[in-house]
Structures are given as structure tokens and as C-alpha cells.
Ligand binder design. Structure first.
Ligand SMILES: C[S@@+](CC[C@H](N)C(=O)[O-])C[C@H]1O[C@@H](n2cnc3c(N)ncnc32)[C@H](O)[C@@H]1O
Length: 239
């Protein structure tokens, strides 16, 4: 599954360029008995299987011996704290971390306690396994690492980078099915284009995610633009 991040796109390129390493470890290496068992039936009965504690503890211990006891262990779980850009940025400053992917009904709780796993969720829905969630986290973290994206400007303007959503984007052709692009984008006036983009970005955030604006640290210019947008809206709402 992990070839999706290891071989393709931004993450694949970052790995090829030696900026990041993703090691995928098959827990079956630590499985028990002839069948390398890594799961068993739940105590108390009920449907599904539960991942055994011992293979996970052994695997994490081996990694701790290699990378140090303090290496963070993150279990991808729908019951975890919801991942946001803020944490992703923090993770991108870590030299190493371990991602634990669950399957079936999840992991024996004692393993999580013993390895002192933080729990992180990618949203309020349930996936069949932690691998896709881990890949989401890896992709989001890797694009924050210096040198990974060609034009490092692009992460600074991305949604959430500065507490706002990104502005709208257009490409060629200039007109499509009777819809043209805003004139300012053809003006060549970079200051006006930047101001227009900022206003678009604030206006989108105000319309779609007003909750973000409550926590955003806006500078004077941004505050002024927000007021302008709110006033424009009040005028439009007047009967
Ligand atoms: C079928 S789920 C287990 C769900 C578990 N029985 C529950 O309801 O909390 C199997 C695995 O998928 C992963 N997973 C599922 N949903 C996730 C989410 N929203 N975020 C992160 N990981 C998730 C976890 O690693 C989990 O152990």
C-alpha cells in the first residue's frame, strides 16, 4: 500500500532526493508461532479480531533501541485527537517518529499503554485500516519539510498555513464557456494581484470557515479587509 507515498508525487520525489525516509515494517516479523499470528479473538466475545500486544511492543522496542527511547509513537485511530495543520507542522520538525496502523477492531489496549502511544485521527469516520490514515499524515508532513516543494512559496499560501483558506485559482484559457477571469489577474500589477488574492482568501474563509477567523491572528491590513468584506455583506443583505 505504501508505494503510493514511497514512489509517487511529492513524497516519492522527496524520498528519491534523500530528504525523507519512510520505512514500512510488517508486524508479521514479530508475529507469534508458526503462522506468525498478529491478531486474536477479543476477550468477552463479540465480532472481529484484535491486534496482539506483544508483536507491537517488540517492534516498537526494536525501533526505540535504534532511534532512542523518546521517539514519538503515534497510533492512527478514529478515537484520537483530530489532526490539524498545526500538529502537522510540529511533526515536520521531528527527526523521526513511528506510526502504528491498526486493523480489525483495533489494538490490544495494553500495547498502546506500554508503548505510550499518542492517538491521532484523520476525521470522524472509520477506515478499515490505519495505513491510509498514516499515508495522509506522511504526505501532509513531508510537504512541510524544507526543500521538498520546488517553490516553497506554495506552502505559505496554502489553506491553514496562516489561519486562512487559500484564494481561488484560475489557469488558461482566459475565457471558458462564457466565464472570464477577474481583470486584475491580467493587469501585471503584482501589488494589486496580491491584495486581490488576500481579499479572496479572507472572503472565502469568512464564507466557508468563519471558525478559523476566530482563532486567526490577523494583521492590521487583514483586519481591515475583513471589515470591508463584512460591510459589503451587510449592504448586500439590506432589503
Ligand atoms: C476498523 S478500524 C477500528 C475501529 C475501532 N473498532 C473503533 O471503532 O474505534 C481499524 C483501524 O483503522 C484505523 N482507523 C480507522 N479510522 C481511522 C481514522 N478516522 N483515523 C485514523 N485511523 C483510523 C485505526 O488504525 C484502526 O485501528
Amino acid at each position: 500500500m505504501f508505494s503510493a507515498v514511497k514512489e509517487f508525487g511529492v513524497t516519492g520525489r522527496a524520498i528519491k532526493n534523500g530528504l525523507v525516509t519512510v520505512d514500512v515494517i510488517d508486524l508479521r516479523q514479530f508475529g507469534q508461532g508458526n503462522y506468525r499470528q498478529i491478531d486474536d479473538r477479543p476477550f468477552g466475545g463479540g465480532p472481529g479480531m484484535v491486534m496482539l500486544a506483544e508483536p507491537i511492543i517488540q517492534c516498537v522496542s526494536q525501533l526505540k533501541r535504534k532511534y532512542g527511547d523518546e521517539i514519538p509513537v503515534m497510533y492512527l485511530s478514529p478515537q484520537g485527537r483530530r489532526l490539524e495543520q498545526k500538529q502537522i507542522n510540529q511533526f515536520s520538525n521531528l527527526s523521526h517518529f513511528i506510526l502504528l496502523c491498526g486493523r480489525y477492531e483495533g489494538v490490544d489496549q495494553r500495547a498502546l499503554d506500554i508503548i505510550r502511544a499518542q492517538e491521532w485521527s484523520i476525521g470522524d469516520y472509520v477506515l478499515s485500516g490505519g495505513e491510509l490514515a498514516a499515508m495522509v499524515l506522511i504526505d501532509a508532513v513531508v510537504r512541510q519539510i524544507d526543500g521538498v516543494l520546488g517553490n516553497c512559496e506554495s506552502i505559505h499560501n496554502d489553506s491553514f498555513a496562516n489561519g486562512l483558506l487559500d484564494c481561488v485559482h484560475y489557469t488558461r484559457p482566459q475565457s471558458i464557456r462564457g466565464r472570464s477571469i477577474p481583470d486584475v489577474l491580467l493587469s501585471g500589477d503584482h501589488v494589486s494581484i496580491e491584495q486581490w488574492r488576500l481579499k479572496q482568501s479572507i472572503s472565502r474563509t469568512w464564507e466557508r470557515r468563519p471558525d478559523l477567523l476566530e482563532n486567526a491572528e490577523l494583521d492590521e491590513q487583514q483586519k481591515q479587509i475583513l471589515e470591508e468584506i463584512q460591510n459589503e455583506q451587510r449592504v448586500m443583505e439590506k432589503p
